[in-house]
Design a protein around this ligand. Structure first.
Ligand code: SF4
Length: 83
């Protein structure tokens, strides 16, 4: 991209900001040890019924790492479709 004048410079900076913003996650996932993650369900609550669980990849939208469907953490929130 050729920057030939002041307007071009500001357009370039705006584009650079958009590219940088879109490549940066809005928040980082929490480590398991900070959310009391455990491999067992807790009082009937487990990842497979949590709205943050991604069953296709065994991941969580909020917690780092591989997540077991039978696990639990203190960010648990029941999937509204199951209420
Ligand atoms: S937020 Fe916690 S309980 Fe819910 S899926 Fe993620 S790890 Fe499991």
């Amino acid at each position: 991209m050729k920057i030939s004048n002041r307007r071009g410079f500001f357009k370039y900076m705006a584009l650079l900001g958009l590219v940088t913003f879109s490549a940066t996650p809005l928040f980082a996932k929490a480590p398991k040890d900070k959310v009391q993650y455990q491999e067992e369900p807790n009082k009937g609550e487990k990842c497979s019924t949590c709205q943050h669980f991604v069953s296709k990849t065994n991941e969580c939208r909020l917690v780092k790492g591989t997540i077991s469907a039978e696990a639990w953490c203190n960010l648990y929130a029941i999937d509204p479709k199951l209420k």
